[in-house]
Design a protein around this ligand. Structure first.
Ligand code: AR6
Length: 191
């Protein structure tokens, strides 16, 4: 579990599978190293070749172990805005969902749509896997240069909308890596 946990934002999503019943779904921000999250699936901020990279991708490949490289190679890449899953190998998480966010080019090159799509597709893959809990890093906000505030607003809006439509997951963590990202993400949750 990540070292510091900020307060959660709880809301209620209607599960289509449970007709009129309400299923509590949680969305919260947690600060720390995503590779240590004890969730069913963690999301990787991947490149379209699904190869070992820097940032959170490098941390995930290092923690998952050498089995991850051939497992990713078998997937044959992944377009921007899409997501594909592998096992988590040596991670506490059972699965890794590799999501490819956009490189920031100033905001007029379809970046918001691609970023929302990366979150949406990751949640669809989690749903297919039956993953009950998923942790996301702040996709695209590091090496790919997406401004944190804009990215956090898209993450919160997209995840909230998707959780209302899917049975799984019922718990989503937005895992932030530093104090500023945590503060900005919490503000997006509270907005
Ligand atoms: N746990 C949680 N968040 C982290 C961690 C960690 N261990 N390490 C970094 N972050 P980035 P991108 C945060 O650069 O911008 C790779 O080479 C970090 O502070 O990892 O989508 C890939 O292979 C930032 O807020 O991903 C691609 O080529 C966020 O994770 C490219 O980088 C995302 O930063 C993807 O770039």
């Amino acid at each position: 579990m990540c070292p510091s946990r900020s307060h959660s934002s709880r809301f209620y999503a209607v599960s289509p599978a449970l007709s009129s019943a309400f299923v509590p779904a949680t969305l919260e921000t947690v600060q720390g190293d995503i590779t240590r999250e004890t969730v069913d699936a963690i999301v990787n901020a991947a490149n379209s070749g699904l190869t070992r990279g820097g940032g959170v991708c490098g941390a995930i490949f290092a923690a998952a172990g050498p089995e991850l490289d051939p497992a990713c190679a078998e997937l044959g890449g992944c377009p921007t805005g899409d997501a594909k899953a592998t096992p988590g190998f040596r991670l506490p998480a059972r699965w890794i969902i590799h999501a490819v966010g956009p490189v920031w080019h100033g905001g007029d090159a379809g970046e918001p749509d691609h970023l929302a799509s990366a979150y949406r597709r990751s949640l669809a893959v989690a749903d297919e896997l039956g993953a009950r809990s998923v942790a996301f890093p702040a996709i695209s906000t590091g090496i790919y240069g997406y401004p944190m505030r804009e990215a956090a607003a898209i993450a919160v809006r997209t995840v909230r909308a998707e959780l209302a439509d899917h049975r799984f997951p019922s718990s989503v963590i937005l895992c932030t890596f530093d104090d500023e990202a945590t503060r900005i993400t919490q503000e997006a949750l509270d907005a």
